[in-house]
Design a protein around this ligand. Structure first.
Ligand code: ATP
Ligand code: MG
Length: 249
């Protein structure tokens, strides 16, 4: 079953229109990159359900979440299960053949870093992606933490730049959707400044305000546990949240 359309989704207009334009021009292969919690999966879900995409791919839209896969064979098995293929030793070829025979499809591989990051499996995964993108009518979107695209794929140009934090207006609107609109706007901006407008942090803090109120949120008392991986160290918002944890220990 496909994941739902994101219900609270603000900003990202330029990324959405850049991606839709690539679909107008042909069959795109796009990597949505960015730090953990920056909104990669949400953007992919927004594309998946966009009014310009749904009628084009109909039931041939696949959203494969990668958490359980750690090797190319597991990856192929996972995609195979979404396609309804019979389990087998290595489904790489069957998956590629199936996409070749099927009508144009959109394949979204979410959190691909899970299987791409380990150096031991990287080469095989890239070879598999290369085979998949040999299928001319298969549109491919991956989401992956960091700023590096897998090799062996002709990613469609212009490349989508790694996602940045939300604009202030989008962060405010997200906050209001979660915590309601009765809070003092100056207090809201103060609280939002603690998040660097990183979507995950904005969501967390808005939920916190909803239960605790704005004035009870103090920078020194915030201890968000966020998914941190090596590439994320360059993200100031994550550093901001991790440091209090480090300082507290
Ligand atoms: N444009 C947006 N507007 C409002 N909320 C958003 C937006 N993008 C993401 N969010 C919220 O931020 C949180 C993190 O988003 P998401 O899971 O898409 O990030 P991610 O980059 O895929 O994270 P990860 O690296 O962990 O996979 C979610 O709660 C999501 O609902
Ligand atoms: Mg994600």
């Amino acid at each position: 079953m496909l994941p739902s359309e994101p219900k609270i989704f603000h900003g990202r207009e330029s990324e959405l229109s850049e991606m839709l334009e690539l679909f107008v021009q042909g069959t795109p292969r796009v990597a949505i990159l960015g730090a953990g919690g920056m909104g990669k999966t949400s953007l992919a879900r927004a594309i998946l359900h966009h009014a310009e995409i749904t009628p084009r791919y109909k039931q041939h839209r696949y959203f494969v979440a990668y958490d359980p896969a750690t090797t190319k064979v597991e990856l192929a098995a996972l995609i195979g299960s979404y396609l309804g293929l019979k389990p087998g030793k290595d489904l790489t070829r069957s998956v590629v053949q199936r996409f070749s025979k099927d009508p144009p499809a959109l394949l979204i591989l979410d959190n691909l870093e899970t299987v791409w990051e380990p150096i031991v499996s990287r080469r095989e995964v890239e070879d598999f992606l290369s085979l998949l993108t040999d299928v001319k009518h298969l549109a491919l979107i991956i989401t992956m933490r960091g700023a590096e695209r897998p090799a062996q794929v002709n990613w469609t140009r212009p490349f989508l730049r790694p996602l940045k934090p939300l604009e202030q207006s989008a962060a405010r609107q997200t906050f209001i959707d979660i915590a309601d609109s009765y809070h003092d706007p100056a207090q809201v901006d103060k609280v939002l400044s603690l998040t660097d407008n990183m979507p995950l942090a904005v969501n967390l803090i808005a939920n916190l305000v909803d239960s605790e109120g704005c004035s009870n949120i103090q920078p020194g008392s915030l201890y968000f546990i966020v998914p941190v991986k090596s590439q994320d160290q360059s993200c100031p918002s994550l550093r901001g949240f991790v440091e209090p944890l480090v300082n507290a220990s």
